[in-house]
Design a protein around this ligand. Structure first.
Ligand code: XMP
Ligand code: MG
Length: 178
């Protein structure tokens, strides 16, 4: 399945299932090492992160909890810039070590919003872990602690990422072909 169609667009395989899974193992090992002895809250940004969060969380061996918020800034294949908060915050994170889990950091607008909220709510320490990062699109200067793959500024789907809601169930990550 190298070439696929999602709705009206064609995509070709970009990061295979094996590549994704071995990178996740490496990220989890690094987080287990760096945060050894700490009580950690993993904080996933829905919807796109649900598969990544499930896969990495199962490889964490710290005392840890997981929670999710739902935000959206994307419409079709480009960022709208406006972020709607869809599901709010109900977690007491005061004094906690929080690892924000993202499927992809594009402009960084979503991330900035999430980090701002976590600081307001007095998290002791905030780390950021994203499966995908688009350095060419990134407009913020918040450092990202754990990055799965740096990718060019192309639209991608699969492994939780969607094109208008479809394609999330693909096991690999696919990029839009012209
Ligand atoms: P920002 O611009 O706030 O965007 O960093 C982050 C959110 O936008 C979505 N996003 C994508 N979704 N393929 C997708 O399916 C992409 O190439 C893509 N780029 C950004 C994603 O929800 C992310 O959390
Ligand atoms: Mg999304």
């Amino acid at each position: 399945m190298n070439e696929i169609t999602v709705l009206d667009r064609e995509f070709s395989v970009y990061i295979t299932e094996d590549e994704i899974q071995s990178r996740i193992t490496a990220l989890a090992e690094k987080i287990n090492e760096d945060l050894k002895g700490q009580d950690v809250l993993f904080f996933g940004v829905l919807n796109g992160v649900f598969l990544f969060a499930a896969d990495i969380f199962r490889q964490i061996n710290l005392d840890c909890q997981v929670s999710f918020i739902k935000l959206a800034s994307y419409d079709g294949t480009s960022s709208t810039g406006k972020i709607k908060e869809l599901i709010g915050w109900n977690e007491d994170i005061t004094g906690k070590t929080v690892v924000v889990l993202e499927d992809i950091v594009d402009t960084g607008a979503t991330l900035e919003r999430v980090i701002g909220e976590l600081k307001l709510r007095k998290a002791a320490e905030v780390k950021i872990c994203t499966l995908l990062f688009k350095p060419e699109a990134y407009t913020k200067d918040i450092p990202i602690d754990y990055i799965g793959f740096e990718i060019p500024n192309n639209f991608v789907v699969g492994y939780g990422l969607d094109y208008d809601g479809y394609g999330r169930n693909l096991r690999a990550i696919y990029k839009l072909t012209k």
